[in-house]
Write a protein that binds this ligand. Sequence first.
Ligand code: GUN
Ligand code: ZN
Length: 437
Amino acid sequence: MTSTTRALRGRLLSFRDDPREAGSAAYDFIEDGLVEIADGTITAVGEASDLLARLPDGTAVDHYPDALILPGFIDTHIHYPQTQVIASYGAQLLDWLERYALVEEQRFSDPEHCAAVARFFIDELLRNGTTTAAVYCTVHPQSVEAFFAESHRRNTRMVAGKVLMDRDAPAGLSDCPESAYVQSSALIGQWHGKGRQLYCVTPRFAVTSTEAQLEAAGTLLKEHPDCYMQTHLSENRREIETVRALFPWAESYTGVYERFGLLGPRSLFGHCIHLEEGERRLLCESGSVAAFCPTSNLFIGSGLFDLAKARNGASPIRVGMATDVGGGTSYSLLRTLAEAYKVLQLQDQNLPALEAFYMITLGNARALGLEDRIGSLAPGREADITVLDARATPAMAHRFERVETLEEELFLLMTLGDDRAVRATYVAGAPAHQRDA
Ligand code: GUN
Ligand code: ZN
């Protein structure tokens, strides 16, 4: 028998499906609801009036009468070694990497630096209501070790891996096909499935890996089919030209990854902005996921992600929403939704608020194939929960006076909200952030 340790009471919002497909049947909203939690897992969800009376004696009830209680947010693409790269001025992708990202990442040879940044990074995610992320570490195994150790200590569900780079990278950030394979294998053995940690084979992108290294990545995935794969794809024109020159035999950039067995339903491709039709077909047929990173795409000047084409084109592609810090400019998935909305406006597309909140909860859980564990408030799900306050700032409170519907409240949250709108975050049922503490 499990013991109920906690309950959260307030205005509950959770998705069952994509609002584009299921309309108002896509979500459950309970004005005065209760989420019951035992041993880190949600055990009941319903009307507070029904559930309160049968809570075991002594159950702590955290009551947020005005707030919205949602599943914890999920980020499908972020770099933990780039917390001191974010907000670096004046460069597009390849120069930005050389001048900023690849300089900073060299500091992660020092395990103490890794540990300190991992601590900061997870704190910052939780302050922003993000409880799960797909995370790039650096080429140093100690960076992965430090990240998973910190995540395991916090009991957060994270997907992460060692970056593989064996060409055109600074000496301090270069491995080789053999060390990529040996070190990744060891990290998989140590961390994949330990507590809530999941491993992701992480070749940075085709520009910085030789064919032998991409082949090693494919071998790792064949040997560990339940691990993830993440890389970058078709973010920037110069990047694409470079890949063409490095892999002249390939039909396309995506074709390079396909050749080495890196496509599939557990494969996450950051950006996917300038795809050709044949590449869309490869991603579609393999069930691969494109990570839409709007703040990064605007900040680095990479281009506008075509969400309508990804979804409704001849070859529909699964899409995740992501921050891509430190190319991205915010840890907040609320801020990310605001920029996604603008990227789509520039292309005559829209992003309804219910759809947006679906994307950063159940949608991203589905993108990671984790929808049976996270992404919704339902019995049996892990109790990762975010509590939002749509009156977090004077401007938000002022605007809220005109809000009449749930959709308007959500749109206010995604347009003006940031970490200040995150009232509390719970990880596996335990308080992990309290804004007003
Ligand atoms: N492409 C290869 N590496 C990176 C990175 O660190 N950030 C972004 N935005 N794109 C990349
Ligand atoms: Zn990235």
